[in-house]
Ligand binder design. Structure first.
Ligand SMILES: [Zn+2]
Length: 285
């Protein structure tokens, strides 16, 4: 069984992890037809069955969402394409395997025409599966209002500053909302704010510092992607415990340890219900 998930270290997948899963899935399932599906009856998962009968023709990603493009078989004209939307939530993972997994946390299992299976498991059930008309996300509010991709060339310092200035919430909370930019979660928010020297609880960020923050976000996401995601590296086997990848992080999860820039002990607090680590010296308010 091939596992494509990162939940074994208890870290929540963010853009680099989801993009890594996407890249791993493409050669495994694009071109394959879905011939059946068993799904958990919860409203979060049951629509997975609506993908049955469609052929997988591409896999895209927006923010932390996987968008599996579905073509009807036989092709109709005009083609009513659909998308299987997968949000991994906190503990979700996708695997492609040769026999149906016997797994108490299995939430959906699609059978593929070649005899294999694609499985979605999710221990804590914060994940979400949906099948929608292509691009129709109004029933998925976070995806519907998702900010630009970090790779979007039209997202520059001015646009990012403007997006950050639209509310008085803490800057970290704004990042986690997915509105100013898509794909940043707790890990890379802490990392990028530390790198940019911005206090996570700041409510106003000037134009210059917003540009630095945008650059930092792009850097930390790019580096994590190059490493196949902080939470995903080394994960090809079930139970593949690994804390080594976390050594790559400068801030997230390092509360009580010395700042790698100034040596001050990194602080930790709850900020809008999210554990937050920062340096009181480098990220002074
Ligand atoms: Zn410091």
């Amino acid at each position: 069984m091939l596992l494509l998930t990162g939940h074994y270290v208890g870290l929540v997948p963010e853009l680099p992890e989801v993009e890594t899963v996407r890249r791993q899935l493409v050669p495994l399932i694009v071109g394959t037809r879905i011939t059946g599906c068993d799904a958990h009856p919860s409203s979060r998962f049951r629509d997975a069955t609506l993908a049955t009968g469609y052929r997988i023709h591409r896999i895209n990603r927006r923010g932390k969402y996987l968008l599996i493009g579905l073509l009807p078989v036989p092709p109709a004209d005009p083609i009513p394409t659909r998308e299987l939307v997968i949000h991994l939530g906190m503990t979700g993972g996708v695997s492609v395997c040769s026999s149906p997994p016997n797994d108490p946390y299995l939430r959906a299992c699609w059978s593929l025409e070649d005899g294999r299976y694609m499985a979605f498991r999710d221990i804590r059930r914060f994940g979400r599966l949906a099948v929608v008309a292509t691009g129709e996300y109004s029933l998925l509010p976070t995806l519907h209002r998702l900010g630009p991709e970090p790779s979007d060339p039209s997202l520059d310092g001015a646009a990012f500053h403007s997006a950050l200035s639209s509310s008085r919430r803490h800057v970290k909370t704004k990042l986690l909302s997915q509105r100013p930019i898509a794909g940043v979660g707790n890990i890379y928010a802490d990392e990028a704010l530390w790198r940019a020297g911005i206090n996570p609880a700041a409510r106003r960020v000037g134009r210059e510092r917003a540009t630095m923050l945008l650059d930092s976000i792009r850097e930390v996401l790019g580096e994590a992607l190059a490493n196949n995601g902080t939470t995903l590296r080394d994960y090809r086997t079930p139970g593949g415990e690994s804390g080594r990848n976390q050594d790559r992080l400068d801030c997230y999860g390092r509360g009580g340890q010395p700042c790698r820039s100034c040596g001050e002990t990194l602080a930790t607090r709850q900020l809008d219900q999210r554990t937050t680590t920062w340096c009181r010296s480098c990220q002074a308010r």
